[in-house]
Design a protein around this ligand. Structure first.
Ligand SMILES: [Zn+2]
Length: 254
């Protein structure tokens, strides 16, 4: 049994073969797929999909840092209303992205903090997106951690030192397709990480693992991530599935 903890399969990229996506995921023994939100315009698609397949798709609600613009406060007000729905498993995805655009850095930080407060208030975990901002996103978690916060640094590609800070804060790392990329170095870091701090993910439709790199990613490809973790940790594949699924269940109360 496997849980893909981060996949945007509600996007239009998957409209044409939505049933095949599920079929192929089931063939790989994936029985739960977590759906991180992007902004107010993606919520209906996300919730519709999870309503159609409630045991497979588990929705998150949050505002992605790349979509924090002038209107972010309105977006946050609107999104917060969805958090009381019982099917919501996490706040996400939230964070800071300074790679694409630094214009709204201040607002991104503000939106990140606000949504961490939501997590505390609703007792939900949160999924963190960081790009060129890992130290900053970790520092904010460290500062706000009062023993009641839990979550995952999704698409982790940091250093062993950053991993240590994440673990000390009581957080998990989401390992995705980048671990299979040659020269990215993530495989070498993952080799040193304790298995009880890891969950697996695809970030579909982005970041396809080798040998699908460059094409649309989908949940069934998470098996390539698991193969790679098994290889670098020198561990049986079944053991990687067992531990990462246990971690995901614990983190997201699944
Ligand atoms: Zn994502």
């Amino acid at each position: 049994m496997i849980i893909d903890t981060h996949a945007h399969v509600y996007l239009e990229d998957f409209d044409e073969d939505a049933d095949l996506i599920i079929e192929r995921a089931k063939e790989e023994n994936i029985d739960q797929i977590l759906l991180p939100n992007i902004d107010v315009s993606s919520v209906d698609r996300l919730l519709n999909l999870s309503e159609q397949h409630p045991s497979l798709y588990k929705p998150m609600i949050g505002l992605h840092p790349c979509y924090v613009k002038e209107d972010y406060k309105l977006q946050l007000d609107h999104l917060k209303g969805y958090l009381d729905r019982k099917e919501i498993v996490a706040v996400g995805e939230i964070g800071i992205d300074l790679y694409w655009d630094k214009t709204f850095k201040k607002e991104q930080i503000e939106a990140y903090r606000t949504q961490i407060e939501w997590s505390r208030e609703k007792q939900l975990p949160f999924a963190i997106h960081s790009r060129e901002s890992l130290d900053l996103t970790i520092s904010i978690v460290e500062e706000m951690q009062d023993g009641n916060l839990k979550g995952v640094f999704h698409c982790f590609n940091g250093t062993a030192e950053q991993a240590k800070r994440i673990i000390n804060a009581g957080f998990y790392m989401g390992i995705g397709g980048v671990v299979t990329f040659k020269n990215a170095g993530v495989d070498k870091t993952v080799a040193q990480l304790p298995m009880d701090s890891l969950v697996v993910e695809t970030d579909a439709p982005y970041l396809s693992p080798v040998p699908f790199r460059g094409s649309r990613n989908e949940p069934s490809y998470v098996s390539k991530v698991i193969d790679k973790i098994a290889e670098v940790q020198n561990m049986e594949r079944e053991e990687v599935c067992r531990i990462t699924t246990l971690n995901a269940k614990k983190l997201f109360s699944l």
